[in-house]
Design a protein around this ligand. Sequence first.
Ligand code: MN3
Length: 204
Amino acid sequence: MKFELPKLPYAYDALEPFIDARTMEIHHTKHHQGYVDKLNLALEKYPELFEKSAEDLLFEINQIPQEIRQAVINHGGGHSNHSLFWTIMEPNGGVEPTGILAEAVNKEFGNLTVLKDKLTNAGLNRFGSGWAWLVVNNGKLEVYSTANQDSPLMERKMPILGIDVWEHSYYLRYFNRRDEYLKNWWHVVSWRRVEANYSKALKK
Ligand code: MN3
C-alpha cells in the first residue's frame, strides 16, 4: 500500500502562539506531503517495499536497492521524522513527565532542564537543516542531531523525540531566530507521548 500523509492529531492553529497555523499547514500539506509523494515515486520500481513501514525501510537501509537508497533516506526519513514530530507536540504541552521517562532522565542527565538544554544546543549547533533527537540507544537515552532528513533508525537508534530545525518549521514566525523557536518549542512538547515512545522503544 502506498504511503499516505497522516492526519494531524490537532488543528493547524492548535499550537499557537508558539507555532503559527500557517507554518503548520504548509509544513504538513506541502513539506510532509512532498516526502510522502517522493517516497511513493521512488518505490514504484520495487512495489514489494510498499509492504514495509517507513521505519522498517530505514532500519534496514543497507538492504534497500542502491539506486533508490538515497531517495529512501531523504523521503522515507522525511516521512518518518515528521510523522513522529506531529505526535510529540500538543496544545497546552510542556507538562513535565513523572513516570519511567522522568526516572531515566534524572538518572542519565540529572534533571529535565539539563536534558532540554542539551536538546536545544543540539538543535542550535546543527549547521544547516536537520533534527535534534532524543533516542534510545542500547537501552539508554542519548541526545544528538542529524543532518537533512537522516533518521536515527539508520543507526539502529530509536527516536522518541525529534525537533525539526529546518527553517521551514519556524521561519514565518521566528525568521532566522532558531534559538527563539527552540526556546518556545518546549511549550508544545508532549512528554506524555515521548514517555509512551520511550516505553515502546525499551521493548524493541
Ligand atoms: Mn520539516
